[in-house]
Each structure stands twice: as C-alpha cells, then as structure tokens.
Design a binder for this molecule. Structure first.
Ligand code: COA
Ligand code: MG
Length: 291
C-alpha cells in the first residue's frame, strides 16, 4: 500500500502474541509492532522474536507492516536493527529522533545489510529538541530517501515539555503545526499521536478532526476500537467528494475548455483546485476498494 493512503496505524505490543495475531485481520491501514514503550525490559528479547515471526509468517494483505525498535543508545537497539534486517517490514519506526544524525545512522546501518533497500524509515518526533530540529530532520530526506514519514509521539512530548496532557491540545498545537510544516516542506507524510482514552469515542473523533484540520495524514492508535472512526474521518467525506465532482464537472463543460478559473456554486475555482479534486477522487476510489 501507498503510504499516502495510511489513515490509521495501530500499535501492538510485540510481547503479547494474542494481540500480534490480530494484525493480519484488523481494519487499520498499518500495524506497528512495538518493541519499545509497550514492552517491559525483561520482555524485550521474547517480543523481538515474536515480532520477527509475525512479520515473516503472517500475510498482512494491504496493511503496511511497521516495526518500532528501541532508540539508539539503548541496550536493545543493535539487536532490534538486526531484527529489522531479518524480518524486512515495510517500515522501521525509530523513536526519540532528535537530530538528522539519528536518521542518518539508522539509515546507514540498514544500507550496510542486504535486501533492506525497500524498508522505509518513520521518525518519531517526541521531544522539544525534535520540534526545534524538525526542519533539519525532515531535510535529511535528500541524503536518506528511506525517511518518508513523521509520527507525533504525543505522550513523550507532553511529558518532556512538562505540560499536562489536555484534551483540546491548545498549547501543543504550535508544536504540532511545526511538525506538519517541516513534513510538508520536504514531502514527508505525518501521522498524529495517540488518543489514550480508548473508551471515549467522541473525544477521539474530535481529536481526529483537529488533526485533519492541521494537515495530518492519519493517526496512530492504541486500540482496535479506534480504527473505524479514524478511517472514516481521514478518508474524503461525502461532502468533499461531491464538491470535487462538481469541480471536475465544471472544468469539463465545453464552455470552460481552456479556462484557468471558473465558478462553482458561487466560489472561485482555479486549475490547482481541479488537480486537488482529481487527487481526492482517486484516493476516495482506492480507499473504497480497500474498505
Ligand atoms: N492491537 C490489537 N488488538 C488489541 C489491541 C491492540 N493494540 N488492544 C487491545 N486489543 C484486543 C485485545 O487483545 C482484546 O482482544 P480479545 O477480545 O480477543 O481478548 C480486545 O482488543 C479488547 O481489548 P480490551 O479488553 O478492551 O483492552 P485490553 O485491556 O486487552 O488492552 C491496552 C488495553 C491499552 C493494554 C491495549 O489496548 C494495548 O496494549 N494497546 C497498545 C499499547 C501500545 O502499544 N502502546 C505503545 C504506543 S503508545
Ligand atoms: Mg514515545
């Protein structure tokens, strides 16, 4: 699957075999098998082996398969990188990225191993230093083309900032928008952070809408109950599809052939909007086929 179509990415603690077994059938667009925060130190080795087994044996169909490893500098990192090379997920998720060098070192470590060329690198942005360095981290895509996506690590971010986690994320918003700007400037995708209260579906819906309004491409999730809402909200809405169809129809009218700008329902519409409308409709078809 194309990363552009990733609305939902579900974390699964790799230490829990029963949970890993749900990956191939869950409705998320991506699964992130986690070796990091969801796994206690004494369970790291077993989790690593279970993740390798799941990635090499299960058929995940259209779902993107990502493996979140432990950060550079931890005692598990080297073995985790080895596990990435053995299991060849679609993406490796690197936590606690704070500088472009963090991306370069993992990228080179993978370059040095055989058959790892296709593995994308997803960088977790989860500290004040990551926010301050967001542009230079995103820019290193020019040397490390594996880098394709940012993930917001909201729990670590608020903890490191000394901010309480608030449901409206008002004070966090400038930092989130900084990450969106850096991702957009260098052509990366960006997934929003998790919503911890998995029994609050109204709260999740409102946070999805907020992320969408910020320009996030999708959201990371912790519980299967969160998938349907997230997939629905990050897919083009029926209203957006109708609007896009009206734009395409307006430019198709014989009288508008060659026009640079037309009016649709009383609004000015330019050729750039036509291009956006065509992309939205193509994406809506791909997602409808999948769902
Ligand atoms: N992926 C796949 N399946 C999951 C899941 C997940 N992330 N979280 C829960 N499930 C499954 C459970 O195994 C359970 O399955 P069952 O009905 O066959 O027993 C079902 O969904 C209902 O789960 P529930 O009882 O509501 O929750 P729980 O107490 O089993 O789990 C958490 C709650 C928070 C421990 C669990 O959702 C979880 O581990 N989430 C991911 C945490 C994580 O990875 N954090 C790191 C990134 S922030
Ligand atoms: Mg984290």
């Amino acid at each position: 699957m194309n990363q552009v179509d990733c609305r939902s990415a579900l974390y699964m603690p790799a230490s829990v075999e029963k949970v890993l077994a749900k990956g191939p059938t869950c409705a998320a667009d991506a699964v992130i098998l986690d070796l990091e925060d969801a796994v206690a130190p004494e369970g790291k080795q077993r989790a690593r082996e279970q993740a390798v087994r799941a990635l090499t044996q299960y058929d995940y169909g259209h779902r993107l398969r990502a493996l979140r490893i432990n950060a550079a500098g931890t005692r598990w990192h080297e073995d985790d990188v080895e596990a990435v090379a053995r299991s060849r997920p679609d993406a490796v998720v690197l936590p606690k990225v704070e500088t472009a060098d963090d991306v370069r070192s993992l990228s080179r470590a993978l370059d040095a191993r055989p058959d790892t060329g296709e593995i994308a690198l997803w960088a977790m942005m989860e500290s004040p230093l990551a926010i301050l360095n967001a542009a230079s981290i995103a820019q290193c895509v020019s040397e490390c083309p594996r880098l394709s996506l940012f993930i917001v690590g909201s729990n670590d971010l608020v903890r490191e900032a000394g901010m309480p986690m608030s449901k409206d994320r008002t004070l966090l918003t400038p930092w989130l928008m900084t990450l969106v700007a850096a991702a957009r400037a260098y052509g990366l995708q960006i997934l929003d952070g998790v919503f911890n209260d998995f029994s609050d579906s109204a709260g999740l819906e409102s946070e999805c809408r907020q992320g969408l309004a910020m320009g996030m491409d999708g959201k990371t999730l912790i519980h299967p109950r969160q998938i349907a809402i997230t997939n629905r909200l990050f897919a083009p809405s029926p209203e957006a599809i109708a609007q896009a169809e009206a734009i395409v129809a307006a430019f198709d009218e014989p009288g508008n052939a060659g026009a640079g700008v037309v009016q649709v329902q009383g609004q000015m519409v330019e050729r750039l909007h036509l291009e956006m409308a065509q992309q939205l409709l193509a994406r809506a078809v791909r997602l409808a086929d999948r769902d």
